[in-house]
Design a protein around this ligand. Sequence first.
Ligand code: GRF
Length: 205
Amino acid sequence: MILDKNDESSILRIAVLASGRGSNFEALCRGDTGNGKISLLITDNENADVLRRASELGVEAHYISPGRYRTKFGEAEDLEWTRLMMDRDIELVCLAGLMRIIKGSMLEEFRGRIMNIHPSLLPSFPGLHAQKQALDHGVRITGCTVHYVDASVDTGPIILQKAVHVKDDDTVETLSGRILQKEHTAYPEAVRLYCSGVLQLRDNA
Ligand code: GRF
């Protein structure tokens, strides 16, 4: 069947939440996401490059203040982000470099419908600087993981992973670059799987 993404009844609307560069946002917009369509971007950083990409790609984009905390949303702001996504009939939320923990009303409303991409083979190397952690640990294989989001950091059920070999002369930059290339195929693929209805969350795994 050929899907017509202009036929509003067949599409699943997706929001991307991002804080920075936005290369995964762009990969999601340009990649094959089946009947999923990236229709909203929200950022907590008014200077983020992802806003420029959204304007070039013609995606509705908003900067909304995240509130007064550094790593989570304020209560009122959490509601504001959540309400905007509900107003736009968002089915799936994709975190792509969002530097905040999801809790409160956003997690409640979208539980089981929020994904994240992380630059390591989880459960190894969660949190910040995953590529440096991998190099410091001396692993020979690392990669990226797309997973569902739960109340902790980088712990939710895994959807898919792609492996990357570590080279003897890798630096954080070279390794991050090769992982990022894999991220750009992994994320659209995971979204496509979600949208096709084959993913099932059982006992939260
Ligand atoms: C990616 O490495 C992603 O795995 C991590 O944050 C980075 C975001 O990069 N969660 P970009 O903004 O998508 O270019």
